[in-house]
Design a protein around this ligand. Structure first.
Ligand code: ADP
Ligand code: ZN
Length: 212
């Protein structure tokens, strides 16, 4: 299965990608995670990308496209779920071209639909476990504590989950990523899901639209 998850920051792409990966055994391609790893490892790409990421801007297309192409050419990418990519029309075109070249077309683009106020509320309360990497909401999932319910690790807040930066990320999404919805709808592979429910319920709906 080859899928793209499309949706605003905070719509739950990362959480759903983890569930899809566990259920279907596909690899998870998260450009945000890859970029954050580069940043942490202080690679040249990480240093270039970091300035854009901290402001909530997009990293330039050519950098991201090269990074993803490399991943898609691996054998394991016969089955993947892409989260956070593509985010612009040039990225979508580049993805289409490389998949054509590999003869591995997309099965579906799942659009996680949700209103803006809920996005902001989710992102402000979002934390990542330092130890196991799981994503939590400190309002609805951990009872307000900054400790991972699963492994006891300390929870971390992403620097770009500050409110002013969240607003910029949402604006960038509206301007640059939202046009992809129409683009994929015209290709007949868009599947829209109401993403306001719990992760489990959203996952069930995704399985229904995928028909497997
Ligand atoms: P979210 O979807 O919650 O905004 P991500 O982890 O997907 O978070 O992305 C974090 C940041 O990484 C983005 O704000 C952007 O700076 C950068 N980034 C991730 N994916 C892309 C992409 N496909 N193109 C350009 N920049 C990207
Ligand atoms: Zn943990």
């Amino acid at each position: 299965m080859r899928l793209v998850l499309l949706g605003a920051p905070g719509s739950g792409k990362g959480t759903q990608a983890d569930l899809l990966k566990a259920r279907y055994g596909c690899i998870h391609i998260s450009t945000g995670d890859i970029l954050r790893r580069h940043l942490k490892d202080k690679t040249e790409l990480g240093i270039r990308a970091g300035g854009f990421m901290s402001k909530g801007e997009l990293v330039p297309d050519d950098l991201v496209v090269e990074m993803v192409k490399e991943k898609l050419r691996e054998d394991s990418a016969d089955s993947f779920v892409a989260d956070g990519f593509p985010r612009t029309l040039p990225q979508a075109e580049a993805l289409e071209n490389v998949l054509k070249e590999l003869d591995r077309p997309l099965d579906a683009v799942v659009f996680l639909q949700i209103e803006e106020e809920l996005l902001i509320r989710r992102l402000i309360h979002r934390r990542t476990c330092r130890r196991c990497g799981k994503i939590w909401n400190v309002l609805t999932m951990t009872g307000g504590t900054e400790v991972c319910p699963e492994c006891g690790g300390e929870l971390d807040q992403r620097g770009d989950d500050a409110e002013s930066i969240i607003r910029n990320r949402i604006d960038v999404y509206r301007g640059q990523t939202e046009p992809l919805i129409e683009w994929y709808a015209k290709k007949g592979i868009l599947r829209s899901i109401d993403a306001v429910n719990s992760p489990e319920e959203t996952f069930k709906e995704i399985q229904v639209v995928l028909g497997r």
